[in-house]
Design a protein around this ligand. Sequence first.
Ligand code: HPA
Length: 280
Amino acid sequence: MDDLGIQIEQAVQTIRKKWNRDACIGLILGTGLGTFVDHIEDAVTIPFSDIPHFCKSTALGHVGQLVCGQLENTPVIAMQGRFHFYEGYTLQQITFPVRVFKAMGISLLIVTSASGGMNPQHQPGQLIVIDDHINLMGDNPLAGFNDDSLGPRYPDMSQPYDAELIEKALQLARKQNIPAQRGVYVGVKGPNYETRAEYRFFRTIGGDVVGMSTVPETLVAVHSGLRVLGLSTVTNVCLPDALQPVTGEDVIEVANRASRDMTTIIRGIIKEESPSQTNR
Ligand code: HPA
């Protein structure tokens, strides 16, 4: 086993000492969704600092622990807070938890985030079901040595976000009167928000929203053979000709307000994907 394989095994063993179950669904809870874990039943909480090879979470509003338990009769494992490239970690470090989730048995990863909305139809608080992404982080978590036992050297990215789950999420939103749209997520390193010229550029190249996460985790999830659902809340509208200044606190406030809608969609998806629900 190579180094990464050993590190994954060490992290899994530590988690299994406290929660010895196989998980079905993994969740990476970004800005505004920290309290989502309150819905998890029989919850076992493990600080990231107790898990070998996990980084420390330093981002504003990100707690930094793993919460394992049951949601909608489904065993889930959730990161309450995530790691970002702008915190100074490598993309391999940031995405290590995805490898661990895969080894804990998940087949679906739900990734949430906050983002800036560049599509003129966007309103603050609106939900985006990520349809595709553009990697402008200037790096790739899959670069370097490839462990063929974890995934292929050249993974396909023709449909990184699961088409069936995108439809399901949009349908759930429609049923609940939650404003939601599909969109292309542009991933950047951060930590600054963008200039007018950058927002204009990202819109021109096909982006609907821009954010500082999601892309590395999705790349590793796809490499690992996982299905991915990406959900993002538009926290600030970024129209270059009428751009308003924005702060991290503004972003958190809007993301917190929109968390109810995001929670409804995630719970709905987990319920539909529950192994007890289907005959798969
Ligand atoms: N840009 C990048 N990341 C973000 C933004 C933004 O405007 N809003 C929330 N996260």
